[in-house]
Design a protein around this ligand. Structure first.
Ligand SMILES: Nc1ncnc2c1ncn2[C@@H]1O[C@H](COP(=O)(O)OP(=O)(O)OP(=O)(O)O)[C@@H](O)[C@H]1O
Length: 367
């Protein structure tokens, strides 16, 4: 059963439509990431679910009960922010208990919940400290503890790890995921960081300019992107997108994805190839040849940037380990047909070849 569901939520700020017909469902006890670039509407969506903004249209349901008319305090959810939002003049203990006190819970409940949460979050030895006497990671654990102490079933987190360094972020990712699973929380986690979304979430809602571009599991989002936007947002480096209609190379590139017959009126198609799916081979045996522009050593692998004849866009290839290349030298590129993607260039939507006919992903992903 879905714990949280949104139906046709729309919200505009003046002329700017921040949320455009948003519908999705989050199953109880699952971790859903809201992912997208800056300005795509993530925070507006989180604030609307929390009751801090009113939608212009649509309805929000918690276990099938409409909740748009409820004030934030009655929505039975907890929140964690990037800024932690701890009270600086209160101790860790007082910060943890603040919400329970405000709700008028009795003293026995205080003591039992405080013991439970401070053990869970490993804060037992820090209860008398002020937030200024804690590290960033410890402050984040207080913020998480404060979110779980009320035992709400739904938790909204908005970029909670952005203020932490890379190493701590990685360990906090694991901590938050473990906590969510242990407590069976339904989690809606706002982030612009694809690594966070991919490594933590059961499903990812990818937002683009106020719309849901794709709602899928991390695996599906990577392996079956519904559009050029999704293909380039997920994965590093972004998927290579090559125009199949590029003058002079249309025939050449289209042979690579045969049996497409490009109809001149059907306008442009694009070929998508992930850098990690391309292998280097002898130029004579290659599907495609290219000239080396530059390369970057990344530690575990090397990113090679090369230029195809007649195609203006550069192509990135990920090769294992440290490899050196001579600028301008010729390299051969090869990939498996199962690793190539086709998109309609104008709409950006994914296309497939089926019995030599193209059909667009609008059919496959029809809501
Ligand atoms: N209070 C507001 N008044 C007017 N416009 C707003 C307001 N809040 C957000 N917007 C606009 O709505 C759009 C979505 O903003 P929102 O903050 O939800 O995006 P976001 O994805 O959370 O971005 P970021 O990752 O940068 O925080 C943006 O164009 C933003 O300028």
């Amino acid at each position: 059963m879905s714990y949280l569901s949104l139906q046709h939520i729309t919200k505009a700020w003046g002329d700017k439509v921040a949320l455009n017909d948003i519908s999705f469902a989050a199953e109880e006890g699952t971790f859903v990431a809201l992912l997208g670039p800056s300005g795509c509407g993530k925070s507006t969506l989180r604030r609307t679910i929390a009751g801090l903004e009113n939608a212009d249209q649509g309805e929000i349901y918690c276990r099938d009960n409409a909740m748009s008319h409820l004030p934030p305090s009655q929505r039975q959810l907890s929140m964690v922010f990037q800024s932690y939002a701890l009270f600086p003049h209160l101790s860790v203990r007082e910060n943890l208990l603040f919400g329970l006190k405000a709700r008028g819970e009795d003293k026995q409940t205080f003591a039992a919940r405080l013991a439970e949460v401070s053990k869970l979050m490993e804060l037992e030895k820090l209860l008398d400290r002020q937030p200024s006497q804690l590290s960033g990671g410890q402050q984040q654990r207080v913020a998480l503890g404060r979110a779980v102490i009320a035992r709400h079933r739904l938790c909204l987190m908005d970029e909670p790890l952005s203020n932490l360094d890379a190493k701590l972020r990685q360990s906090m990712r694991r901590e938050i995921r473990a906590l969510q699973k242990k407590l069976g929380l339904t989690m809606l986690y706002v982030t612009h960081d694809q690594t966070e979304a991919m490594s933590m979430a059961d499903s990812i809602i990818l937002l683009n300019d106020g719309r849901i571009e794709q709602h899928a599991t991390p695996d599906d989002l990577y392996n079956n992107p519904a559009s050029i936007f999704a293909a380039q947002f997920i994965g590093a480096p972004p998927m290579n997108i090559l125009p199949l209609h590029c003058r002079g190379s249309a025939h050449y590139l289209s042979r690579m994805v045969a049996p497409i017959v490009i109809d001149p009126d059907e306008s442009a198609l694009s070929l998508g190839l992930r850098a990690e799916d391309i292998t280097l081979v002898e130029p004579n045996n290659a599907q495609l040849t290219a000239h080396v522009i530059s390369y970057e050593y990344m530690g575990a692998d090397t990113l090679l940037v090369c230029a195809l004849a007649n195609v203006t866009d550069a192509l990135t290839v990920k090769v294992p380990g440290m490899q050196r290349f001579e600028e301008g030298s010729l390299v051969g590129l090869q990939w498996s047909p199962s690793q190539q993607y086709l998109f309609a260039s104008h709409s950006g939507k994914r296309c497939w070849l089926a019995e030599q006919t193209l059909y667009s992903c609008e059919k496959k992903y029809a809501v």
